[in-house]
Every structure is written in structure tokens, then in C-alpha cells.
Design a binder for this molecule. Structure first.
Ligand SMILES: NC(=O)c1ccc[n+]([C@@H]2O[C@H](COP(=O)([O-])OP(=O)(O)OC[C@H]3O[C@@H](n4cnc5c(N)ncnc54)[C@H](OP(=O)(O)O)[C@@H]3O)[C@@H](O)[C@H]2O)c1
Length: 246
């Protein structure tokens, strides 16, 4: 790759917000490593972005598999030994069963994608991120993972009685802060795709396209954190309108 190009790896980028983030960062001239657990769906997404003129490489990547993550490292290393930006976007909604019906097994499968996944991927790419002059990690969380949102009775998610997804995103938020404090040379920030104040979210497959925002609007917070300057913040939680409460 060109030595002046910024590189980004996005997990779960074959559709939805990940694909739109890939499109937008590709439009900036970045080298985009497009993660997709399904190679066929991933190839279709890469071809679409190539047609738009982006410089994109398919990275088969299932965030629940150590082996897949290790192979993804090797794929990216085939192009560059520096990764500037990692966007942990892949997410699983779970089955939204009520707390009284949620089993440990149900939580485990959601956590495997939403919590252990970002840790697996981040851990594996830390050496490559460490070689960047301005390394940034963006964790794609949710307003549902925010204690201040969940304890606000006016927020619809406050009455969405569900255990796995919201607690997985709350764990991801804490994990991000722990990374941010321990590794100040790398920016670790959290984005939620919606607008908390307006109680909106982005229409994607995950919510059966019931969201009020477009995927472009939904990726504003992700792109803002991915494109932070070297003097930008670390350890912040933002939506597209600005910082939100943890
Ligand atoms: N839409 C919103 O307003 C909203 C609000 C809050 C948070 N979020 C978060 O935003 C992120 C993106 O969601 P989205 O709305 O764009 O949903 P989406 O369209 O359903 O996309 C989810 C992506 O994650 C991938 N994925 C799931 N499990 C994976 C795994 N084990 N390994 C690799 N990739 C995996 C999916 O791949 P497949 O195509 O193979 O299933 C898909 O590419 C998620 O973390 C979600 O929790 C979204």
C-alpha cells in the first residue's frame, strides 16, 4: 500500500453501518480492510466499494474465532505492518428475551461477539496499531449500554426488558475505558450510532430497518472518532450529536 495512506480495519463491514463506514473512509483515500465473517457476502461488499473507486481488501474475519482473527492478522500483514485505525463494529443483537428467561448460554453467545470479539481483535492488532503515528480504536457500542440512558425512564430502551445485548455493550464500554487508561499512546473511544437526546437510531438489518436515521447519519459518530487528530480525545463516549453519559 502507499506509505502515505491511512489504513483501517472494520469488523462486520459486509453490510449496515460497517459497510457505510468502509465506504466513507474509502472515499477519503484510506486503505480499507473490510472484515466479513462470510467471504461471499464480504466479496460482494468489496466489489461494490471497488466500483466506487475505493482501495479495499477483503479480510475474512469471524470475531468469535481465535483462529479466524489470527488469519486476519496475516491477511493484513500481507499488505502493511502498520494499522492506523481499528473499528470494532461487528455486533450481535441476541434474541431480546426478558431477564427472567435469559440463560447464561444466551448471554455467552452475545458476549462472544460483542465483548470477547472486540478484545480478541484488539489484542491481536495491538502490535500493528503500535507502529502507527496516530493509532485509534473505535468501539461501536449502543445507547443501550449506557447506565445514564437505561436509568432515564423517558428513553425507550429503559423499558426494553432485555439482558444480553445491553449488558454486553455496557461491558464493552468499561473495557474501552480500561484500554484507554492503560494505553494512552492509542486512542480508545466508544461510538453509538444513534442520537440519544432524540431517541433515534439507524435503520439496519439489526433492527429490521425500524431506525429513523440513515446509515450515513448512523456512522457520523464512528467516522468522527476514526478520523481524530493526534491531539484528539481518548476514553470518550459519543453519539452523532456529541459526548453522551456513560
Ligand atoms: N443500527 C443502530 O442504530 C445501532 C444502534 C446501536 C448499536 N449498533 C451497533 O452497531 C454495530 C453495527 O450494527 P448494524 O446496525 O450495522 O447491524 P447489521 O447491519 O446487522 O450488521 C452487523 C454486522 O456484524 C456482523 N457480525 C455479526 N456477528 C459477527 C461475527 N461473529 N464476526 C464478524 N462479524 C459479525 C454481521 O455479519 P453477517 O452479515 O455475517 O451477519 C454484520 O456485518 C453493532 O455493533 C451494533 O450493536 C447499531
Amino acid at each position: 500500500m502507499r506509505h502515505d495512506q491511512t489504513s483501517v480495519l472494520i469488523t462486520g463491514a459486509n453490510k449496515g453501518l460497517g459497510l457505510e463506514a468502509a465506504r466513507r473512509l474509502g472515499d477519503l483515500g484510506w486503505k480499507v480492510f473490510l472484515g466479513s465473517r462470510d467471504p461471499v457476502r464480504g466479496r460482494a461488499a468489496v466489489d461494490r466499494l471497488w466500483e466506487g473507486g475505493a482501495d479495499v481488501v477483503l479480510v475474512p474475519l469471524d470475531v468469535t474465532s481465535d483462529d479466524s482473527v489470527e488469519k486476519a492478522v496475516q491477511t493484513v500483514l500481507g499488505h502493511t505492518d502498520i494499522l492506523d485505525v481499528l473499528i470494532n463494529n461487528a455486533g450481535a443483537p441476541g434474541r431480546a428475551v426478558t431477564p427472567s428467561e435469559a440463560t447464561a448460554e444466551e448471554l455467552h453467545s452475545v458476549y462472544d461477539t460483542n465483548v470477547y470479539g472486540p478484545v480478541r481483535v484488539t489484542q491481536a492488532f495491538l502490535p500493528m496499531l503500535g507502529r502507527s503515528g496516530n493509532p485509534r480504536v473505535v468501539m461501536v457500542s449502543s445507547g443501550g449500554g449506557s447506565f445514564s440512558v437505561i436509568t432515564d425512564p423517558d428513553q425507550p430502551v429503559a423499558t426494553m426488558h432485555e439482558l444480553a445485548y445491553s449488558s454486553s455493550k455496557a461491558a464493552l464500554n468499561m473495557i474501552t475505558l480500561r484500554y484507554a487508561h492503560a494505553l494512552p499512546e492509542i486512542k480508545f473511544n466508544v461510538a453509538t450510532p444513534g442520537e440519544v437526546a432524540n431517541r433515534t437510531f439507524a435503520a439496519t438489518d439489526m433492527n429490521h430497518h425500524t431506525g429513523q436515521l440513515t446509515v450515513t447519519e448512523g456512522t457520523d459518530s464512528i467516522v468522527r472518532l476514526a478520523t481524530l487528530d493526534p491531539d484528539g480525545p481518548t476514553g470518550v463516549f459519543v453519539d452523532r450529536l456529541g459526548p453522551i453519559g456513560w
